[in-house]
Design a protein around this ligand. Structure first.
Ligand code: HEM
Length: 530
């Protein structure tokens, strides 16, 4: 009887008992109209359609996030008015926060509740992409010695590395350039590919020493490993959960670079661990100054890492160190081409201060170049989502924003860094906006939009999230900034650059990442007199 009464609201001729489809529609409608009757409001056709199609629209929304993530995040940020907002991808629910006090709440949450490690594990699928590396979800379970190894020991070693590195990068750049195709008398360089190769070389020299960097087989695998990891992790993430172990293992067996890297590094790590044990027995052993040694030495004293565990850690660090650095440098080169007025002051700075930078590796060195890279990364950050924290337990912020197990809290990094509240003329490129204004007026004969106070590229604060935030901000950022200055410094000192097609789109997006297009060509012309 109740049903009949409700049916009087249906358009004539529609009978839910006719077939299965109409029964489903009828049932949904019943629920909807029940709500409508309770609310004493007749629903509009749009509301009805929205209600019926909601599951399909939600599903569509999750999948389009893969293709237009950065724009979707920006749009949601604009509508949220500083409040937390929620978005979903096929495999994830994200709750974005941008208010500094809420970001601090994330930072203060115990490692047993919100975890960067678990988020990274979901992103990289190391069990399949890193030779079976199944790291713990909880940060610190096996120590956090890697932070000292990267933030302190690698950074302190920069003055030892930089002079050699500059020379190696300059020589390799010339070699790669000489091998690129010539069109109408100009050399067209596929800039992203070229930079990835240079970053792989820089990191191999800095982390493992020149002997390993000269091993061609290792270098080929070290390069392929980045792309293979990105691709395989993505495939596994998008598979239905029950299929991931089976197909993941098949994929893992069919890619080779992770096995090659593991097999090449393992005997070295075994030898180092043996030396460690001999040293503990009071024997004299050789000294080594590289990442293999630092990662081993900073592992917990009461449970020293095995050679296998050391290699796994190095593989994870290797991925993080190559991908973000090469993308950031490539975008900075694009910006040098698009804004040629910066070349002259930057080149002058390198001509007068590069030697000092090499000698000290100080973060304050080359301040204009520092600001230029920072501005480039502000407008084209590798990632539009930062401070990823996956919930190991349900967790709520003080305002009630809630994540269930497996959901992520994160920050909308690109939207924050283009917020006019913190950045005057937020969408304009102003290469020296972070530098000391006195230095800028003395160096550049064009007016620059400036920030309220100068900051360094390596500063991680509440308005600049490229390195993440709080206690987990990237420990490799001092090294990363130095390598970026080496590559860009060598280009500025030796080459002029221009984009072959300045109008062409320079990047594509996948999930929340912005990736340089492989086909973007840059013409590097040797500077006269070099
Ligand atoms: C432009 C280059 C780089 C960018 C943009 C970048 C960015 C980041 C971000 C956003 C995080 C997460 C921080 C958080 O969630 O709060 C992170 C963490 C990390 N980064 Fe980097 N990174 C870069 C280069 C490097 C390099 C060169 C290394 C190694 C030498 C490195 C090693 C790490 C490690 C080990 C962590 C994990 C920290 C932890 O668990 O506490 N990164 N990085």
């Amino acid at each position: 009887m109740e049903n009949l009464e409700l049916h009087t609201a249906w358009p004539s001729g529609l009978n839910p008992g006719v077939n299965v489809a109409s029964s489903v529609v009828g049932l949904v409608s019943l629920l909807f109209f029940y709500e409508a009757l309770v609310a004493k409001k007749v629903p509009s056709v749009t509301q009805i359609l929205k209600y019926i199609f909601k599951p399909f629209i939600d599903c569509y929304g999750r999948w389009v996030f893969l293709f237009w993530g950065p724009d979707i995040i920006q749009d949601a940020f604009n509508k949220a008015n500083g409040k937390p907002f929620e978005l979903s991808a096929p495999d994830n629910r994200y709750v974005f926060v941008s208010d500094p006090s809420q970001i601090k709440e994330l930072d203060n949450a115990p490692d047993t509740v919100l975890s960067l490690q678990a988020a990274s594990k979901q992103m990289l699928q190391p069990v399949y992409t890193m030779h079976g590396f199944n790291w713990f979800d909880r940060r610190g379970t096996e120590g956090v010695g890697f932070i000292k190894a990267l933030r302190t020991l690698l950074t302190n070693n920069l003055p030892q590395i930089l002079p050699d590195l500059s020379c190696i990068i300059r020589t390799r750049f010339d070699e790669l350039h000489a091998g690129h195709k010539v069109v109408d008398g100009k050399v067209y360089s596929p800039v992203y590919h070229m930079i990835v190769k240079l970053v792989v070389l820089s990191n191999a020299v800095s982390f493992f020493g020149q002997d390993l960097a000269k091993d061609e087989g290792f270098m080929v695998s070290a390069l392929a490993y980045i792309e293979e990891t990105l691709l395989c992790a993505e495939v596994v993430r998008l598979l239905p959960k029950f299929m991931a172990p089976i197909l993941g293992s098949i994929i893992s067996r069919s890619i080779h670079s992770h096995k090659a890297i593991f097999n090449r590094l393992l005997p070295i790590a075994e030898q180092r661990c043996l030396e460690r044990d001999l040293a503990n027995l009071g024997q004299k052993v050789p000294k080594h100054n590289d990442c293999i040694q630092w990662i081993m030495e900073t592992s917990p004293k009461n449970a020293p890492w095995t050679p296998k565990r050391v290699v796994h850690e190095l593989m994870a660090i290797w991925f993080g160190s190559v991908h973000a650095v090469s993308t950031t440098v490539t975008f900075a080169i694009h910006d040098l081409c698009i804004h040629p007025e910066y070349v002259e002051p930057l080149r002058r700075e390198c001509q007068t201060q590069y030697a000092d930078f090499e000698r000290t590796g100080a973060g304050t060195a080359l301040p204009l170049l520092d600001s230029f890279i920072k501005e480039s990364a502000r407008l084209t950050p590798v990632e539009s989502l930062s401070t990823r924290r996956s919930a190991l337990q349900p967790f709520s912020l003080a305002d009630g924003s809630h994540v269930n197990v497996g959901d992520w809290f994160c920050t909308p990094v690109r939207a924050i860094m283009t917020n006019p509240v913190d950045y005057p003329e937020a969408l304009s490129f102003s290469g020296f906006r972070f530098a000391d204004p006195k230095l800028v007026s003395a160096s550049a004969n064009f007016s620059a939009v400036m920030q309220k106070k100068p900051t360094k590229l390596t500063d991680a604060d509440m308005t600049y999230h490229v390195w993440g935030t709080g206690r987990m901000a990237c420990p490799g950022r001092y090294y990363a900034a130095a390598v970026m200055k080496v590559i860009l410094g060598q280009i500025l000192l030796n080459y002029d650059c221009e984009l072959v097609d300045p109008e062409a789109k320079r990047w594509w997006t996948w999930r929340s990442s912005m990736l340089p297009k492989e086909g973007t060509m840059v013409i590097f012309t040797p500077v006269a007199g070099n």
